[in-house]
Structures are given as C-alpha cells and as structure tokens.
Design a protein around this ligand. Sequence first.
Ligand SMILES: Nc1nc2c(ncn2[C@@H]2O[C@@H]3COP(=O)(O)O[C@H]4[C@@H](O)[C@H](n5cnc6c(=O)[nH]c(N)nc65)O[C@@H]4COP(=O)(O)O[C@H]3[C@H]2O)c(=O)[nH]1
Length: 633
Amino acid sequence: MSNTRLDDMEEATIRSRRVFQFALLVFIAFSGTAAQYGLQSRWDVVLSLGLGAALMLPSQWLNHRGHHEAAAGMVLAVATLSLFSIMWFSDGLRDSSLLGYPVILIGAGQLLRPRHFWLLLAFMLGCVVLLGLGTLNGWRTGITPGTELDRLTDSVSILLINGFLVWFLTYDMQNALVRLRAQIARFHASEKNLTYLAQHDGLTRLPNRILGNELLTEAMRVAAEEKNLVAMLFVDLDNFKDVNDSLGHSAGDDFLVQVAQRLRESVRQTDIVCRQGGDEFLIGLTGLQHPDAVAKVSQDILQKMQAPFQLRGIEVLASCSIGIALYPQHGNSFDELMRHADLAMYHAKEAGRNTFRFFSEDIRSSVTESLHLISSLRQAVTQEEFVLHYQPVYDLHSGRLLGAEALVRWQNPKLGMVSPGLFITLAEKSGLIVDIGQWVLTEACRQMQAWRQEGATDLFVSVNLSPVQFSRGNVEAVIAQALRETGLDPRQLELEVTESTLIHDTEKFITTLGRIQHSGIRMSIDDFGTGYSNLSYLQRFPVHKLKIDQSFVRRLMQGQKDVAMVSAIIHLAKSLQLTVTAEGVENEATREALTRMGCDQAQGYLFARPMPAKDFEAYWRTRPTLTPISRQI
Ligand SMILES: Nc1nc2c(ncn2[C@@H]2O[C@@H]3COP(=O)(O)O[C@H]4[C@@H](O)[C@H](n5cnc6c(=O)[nH]c(N)nc65)O[C@@H]4COP(=O)(O)O[C@H]3[C@H]2O)c(=O)[nH]1
C-alpha cells in the first residue's frame, strides 16, 4: 500500500475520532446544563439543550459511516443553534452561553473544510444579529434594549476577530501539515530508493547478491517446510571479456542487460534471478520436486543464450557455463550452495564451456586439485622452478637449421617435470602466465644472446605469448626490457601468438603488433587453422609467419581432407607473402609431402624433440643439415 494512502487513512481515523470527541463533549455539556436548567424548571431551555444533546447521536451515525465532514458540520451547527436558543430564552447576548461560540469556531477550524467553516461563521453571526435584533425590537423579553446595540456590535466584532484568528491558525497549521507530509513523502521516497539501490544492481535492475541471499534463504526455508527442492544456478558468461575488449565497455554493459533479460525470461516469475557481479548471475529455482526440471531449465538457458545478441549493430554470438547446487543435498545455506554451484560452474568451463554441471564430490576434489596446482604454480614462479627446452626448426628447401622454439617446462620437486599442456591453461586462468611469460621471454633472449656470442649469429629463438599477456600484462614493455637487459638483436627473436589472441581485433592491438614487428622482431601465428575462421584478420595483422597446427600435419598422410587443408594454408600464406612452418612433423613421408607442397619450414620429432639448453647447444654446434629429399626417393 502506498504511503499517501496510508496517510489518508490515518487522517480520516483522526478526524473521525475528533468529531466523536467533540460530539461527546457537547453531549455531556448540554446534558449537564439541561439538568441544571431542569432544577430551575426552565423547560424551554431544557428542551432545546435536550434536543441538541439527542442530535449528537445521528451525527455519530454519520461519522461511523465515514461521512466525517457532514457529521462534524451537524455537531457544530446543532451546538450553535442550541446555544442560540438558550440565549434567546435567557439573557440574549448577555448570556454566558455566548462564550460557547468561540469554542465552536476552534472546533470548526479543526474539523471543517474552509467553505463550511465560513458558512458556519456566517450562520453564527446570523444568530448573534438575530439575538441583538430580537432584543432591540422587543421580539424577546427580559433585557433593556438601550444597551443591546453596543452588546450586539461588540459580540459581532469579537466573533469576527475570533473567527479570523481561528482561521489563520488553522490555515497555518494545515499548511505546516501539508509541508510536513510532503517532506515525509520525499523522505519515504528516498528511503525506498536507497533500499532499492542497496538491494539491486544498477545496470541490469536485477536483485544484487545481498537481496539474492535474502530471497534464496527464504526460498530454502519454504522448501524445508514444504519438503521440496531449491536449485541454485551459477551462470557465468563464456565470452564477456572478448565482447568488452573488442566492442568497448558500453557495448559490454548492453550485453549484460540483454543477458539479464534473457535469463529472466528463461525462468518463472516465482524464481529468483540476481546479478552476482561482473558477468556472473545467480538463479534460484524454487518449489522443485525433482532435479530433472533443473537440467531442463539449464538446457533452455544455454539455448536462449545462443541466439545472436545485437550490440551496436553488430551480431555477437555468446554462450555461458552453468554450475548447479541443490538444496538440501548440496548445502544448507546460501554461502554453501553458492560455493558448490561455483565449483560446478568451474567444472562446466573445464568441460569445454557452453554446458552445465551439477555439483558432486568428484567435482569438489578435481577443482580442489586444480586450486592446489595453482598454489604450487604460484610458488614455482617465486622459486624459479621453470626451465626452457628448445626444439629445432628447419628450412625444408635448404635443409638448414634456422633456430629453435623455446618451450617451457616446470620442474616440480614433487611432481617432477610437468609439461606445459598441464599447467599453461591454469596459469592463464590464474593470471600467473604474465609472470611466467616474462620469465620465459627474458630467459630465451638471454640464452640466445649467449649462443650468439658463441657463434650462433644466424639462428633465431621463438617464444610463445599467451593472449593473457596481451590482455593483463604490458607485453610491449616486457619485450623491450628483455631485449635491453640481454642485448639480443631483435632480428634473432620471433614471437608466436595464437589465433585466439587475434580475436581482439582492436586498433590498439594492431598498433601494438605493428610496433613490435617494426622493432625487427618477427611475429608468427601459432596453431594456424584451429581457431578463428574469419581469415580477413590476416590482412590486418602485421605478421610474418603462419605455423600450421600439428593436428593437420600429423594426419597429412592419412586423408585427403588434411592434404587439402594444409595445401590451402600454404597457398594462402604464399599469396599474402608469409612464411609457412609445419609443426609436428613425425616422419619422412610427411616431410616430403610438405616440401613438395611448398612449405618453407618444419619442426617435429622427425628432426628432434624439444631438449634442454645445453643439449641444444651441443646440437647446433654440430651444424646439422637435413638430408635432401631427392636423394632419399
Ligand atoms: N606429438 C608431437 N608433438 C610435437 C612434435 N613436435 C613438437 N611437438 C610438441 O608440440 C608443441 C609445440 O608447441 P606449441 O604448438 O607452441 O604448443 C605449446 C604452447 O602452446 C604451450 N607452451 C609451451 N611453452 C610455452 C610458453 O613458454 N608460453 C606459453 N604461453 N605457452 C607455451 O604449450 C603447448 C605445448 O607445448 P609442449 O608440450 O612443449 O609441446 C610442444 C612440442 O613438444 C611432434 O612431432 N609430435
């Protein structure tokens, strides 16, 4: 119910009570006075007072029916008239009953609207004038007319002054009341607004985590009573950062608003949808009988998210990962449910995103393992437990050794040598890749410079850069620092970025790459063919080399499809004047096929596995060369 309605109801109750109290006072006063006049056998006065007192009863009937104004009017008019009749039958304007009129006026100021107040005053003045005239003209007896004119004018003026004063007082009071009510209304509105702001997310207008906590806790309480389930869905967008980085923050905001709307539309009105923060949302499904319904809703949400989003005239495809925890199986409190739903969401991400997972004990242990690994990885960064291995890269046409790709290894005191496949993703998720990447780059440059001083002036070293180093770290400064500290010639350094890094097709990113390439460092696109299908970016990005992903290379001898793919990549690279390197060459037949297709460079187990620095040093010192293909056939 609105505050104004509450105020109106309160005012009506007060008004009704005042009318009643006034009527009661009149009733008591009239009855008492009538009794007194009865003792004097003044039956005319007793009759008018008795009638006045009796009329208080119908006035209260009106009051009770909600006609407070009419009831008040009746009480005041009857009182005025009764006093008039006492004065008429007694001493006229000399009668002490005249003192009752100012009192009635005070009551009228409080109980009547302005129009009725002035009417009553006019009526009162009429009575006074009639009394005066009655005495002057001898219509009533008992008073010497000579002095009555003075008394009449005095009474009229006193009544008028009294009436105006009462009116001013009432008017001021009412104005003050109106102002007070307006202030209270403003206070209520801003209080309501503050509560709303404290409980809702300003962007999506969904309840925030605080209100979400309250609503879900209440839903759990009801579920406990009704013996049913509540499901908490932890929804995390898979590509929010990409949208934000590539289209800007205001498009990111639009995106979140549209996502919130779709989530709201995916569930019932009675379900709870709130924004947990950033690109994370919490959904509470209430009154469930069976977990199957949760799977269905989750599937619906995933499907709804897949319809393209319109952001600034651009169609954007999105997806989300959902973690689910159930009350009471997976937790008894909001915090516990959220922790478990979060772990399940993390697992959904690991399972390839765009999917949902229910919380289970297995999930808890696998996530705990990952978290444990992240904390060991954090230690590894401070304790410098990383080493670099180098894998030779050859020129397929001349058979000459061109350089090596630096590949990081983690020498963990307990786990032994850990391959990057196992920890790079975790390092990227935790952001530790920024520090690891900086170490790798500096170490690779330092090593190459050391070999250069030993005579390896024509070799290069290539280093992998993670997309996270671009988004979270200051890559350009790190590269410049590594070159400055080690003194390596930039022409002996190659940097590999994956296709996913290039998805950030922003002017800023292109200029950064341009500046890096301009300094003499060569840039290559790693794992080419596996990622972003839009090839137009190749023209926009200043790169020097494409590295064909080893999955195509390894299957080259097995099927026509991969031959066509590799050949298409080589042709594309040639037409853009880019060098092509094939990764993962494991046998002679593949090497031969690649050479015939016009591939420039290759690396793989056929030539050498990645090896520690000192082994690679011995390796390049022997000046190895590939056997020409023609001689082998
Ligand atoms: N089956 C097979 N595999 C071959 C063959 N030749 C080379 N390889 C392996 O293929 C991977 C090539 O590296 P990548 O594509 O950059 O793929 C790398 C790279 O994406 C990432 N990585 C490695 N070191 C770093 C690093 O320092 N920084 C970053 N950001 N990522 C790194 O980890 C991935 C895996 O690295 P590794 O385990 O060292 O695996 C290396 C290498 O050992 C072959 O003939 N057959």
